[in-house]
Design a binder for this molecule. Structure first.
Ligand SMILES: [Zn+2]
Length: 322
């Protein structure tokens, strides 16, 4: 009998990663396209071309029977991507993010069943099936990327909520009346603990410590990345070390709050920023414990994804298609 395969697609703000996955959970072929197209039709054309290329590449091994897509503001119930500020191709003629019927569009070009979910939910499913959350029935996945995403798993299932959008923990308020967020609110966790947030903390600490020497001063302040800050910390730069300390403290406080909502066994951190864990982990745990109720003190594990960056979301998205 011909082997069954599925395709997982991870739509990110910068790039879209596609992979064909077998029943053993191995990615047997993958490719990447840009997500930076301005027009929806251009994006869909490139996406369907990549999908068809991967199907052709793997058709000797088996038959791709469905596609799962993880996307920012992806709606599991409707198959849509709704009001995603980081995806320019989802904007309407007035330059505002709108609703894109992504599942229906991809289905119309490929004739395959297509399921969509939020990118962080997809990562949570990948982690549950193949990663550090294997066997766990209650955990919270926090993705620390360009923004902050979350996938909440309760009793072994991803929580979708009444409308399919559950789990926007990146837009809970970490600092009342704090930094302006792209979503329109102020003080969202995302404005402190994402790649953008780290950049803003870097700009602030450089400005408030004008005497302090730092290799970060040699960079364009608008383009400081988490990697730049990490590299500076590796050189012993105190400003860089303080940036991660602040980030860890704010994230830890928020994680303490999230625990109170669903009593998870663990919180799993994922994404580019998680690579700097040695610079923020202790501060994160200290802040989390300090703000924790007695019943959970010392009991909630903070874990880091064991899957390769792109793999968790591709594997998770593909799990939708079985
Ligand atoms: Zn926000």
């Amino acid at each position: 009998m011909e082997k069954e395969l599925v395709m997982g697609i991870d739509v990110g703000g910068q790039s879209t990663k596609l992979g064909v996955v077998n029943a053993e959970g191995e990615i047997i072929a993958q490719t990447v396209i840009s997500s930076l197209q301005q027009e929806l039709i251009d994006y869909i054309n490139e996406l369907t071309k990549a999908i068809k290329g991967l199907i052709a590449e793997t058709n000797k091994t088996g038959k791709v029977k469905g596609i799962g897509i993880g996307a920012p503001n992806g709606n599991y119930y409707k198959g849509t991507v709704e009001y995603a500020p980081n995806l320019k191709w989802s904007y309407d003629a007035d330059g505002k993010p709108t609703v894109v019927d992504l599942a229906a569009l991809v289905k119309s070009f490929t004739s395959l069943p297509v399921t969509v979910t939020n990118d962080a939910n997809a990562a949570a499913m990948g982690e549950m099936a193949y990663g550090v959350a294997r066997g766990m029935k209650n955990f919270i996945m926090i993705t620390l990327g360009t923004g902050v995403g979350s996938g909440i798993v309760v009793n072994g299932e991803v929580v979708y909520g009444h409308d399919g959008f559950a789990g926007e923990l990146g837009h809970t308020i970490a600092v009342r009346d704090g930094r302006q967020c792209n979503c329109g609110l102020k003080g969202c966790l995302e404005t402190y603990c994402s790649a953008m947030g780290v950049r803003r903390t870097a700009q602030k600490l450089l400005a408030t410590n004008p005497e302090a020497k730092s290799p970060l001063r040699d960079l364009d302040p608008e383009n400081i990345s988490s990697k730049d800050v990490y590299d500076a910390a590796e050189q012993g730069d105190q400003i860089a070390i303080d940036i991660f300390k602040t980030t860890g403290q704010i994230l830890g406080r928020s994680l303490a709050d999230f625990v109170k909502f669903s009593a998870p066994e663990a919180i799993v951190l994922f994404g580019g920023l998680a690579k700097a864990k040695k610079y923020f982990h202790d501060d994160l745990v200290a802040a989390m414990e300090e703000n924790q109720l007695q019943i959970w003190k010392g009991r909630i594990k903070v874990l880091y994804s064991s899957l390769k960056d792109s793999d968790a979301a591709i594997l998770g998205a593909s799990a939708l298609a079985w």
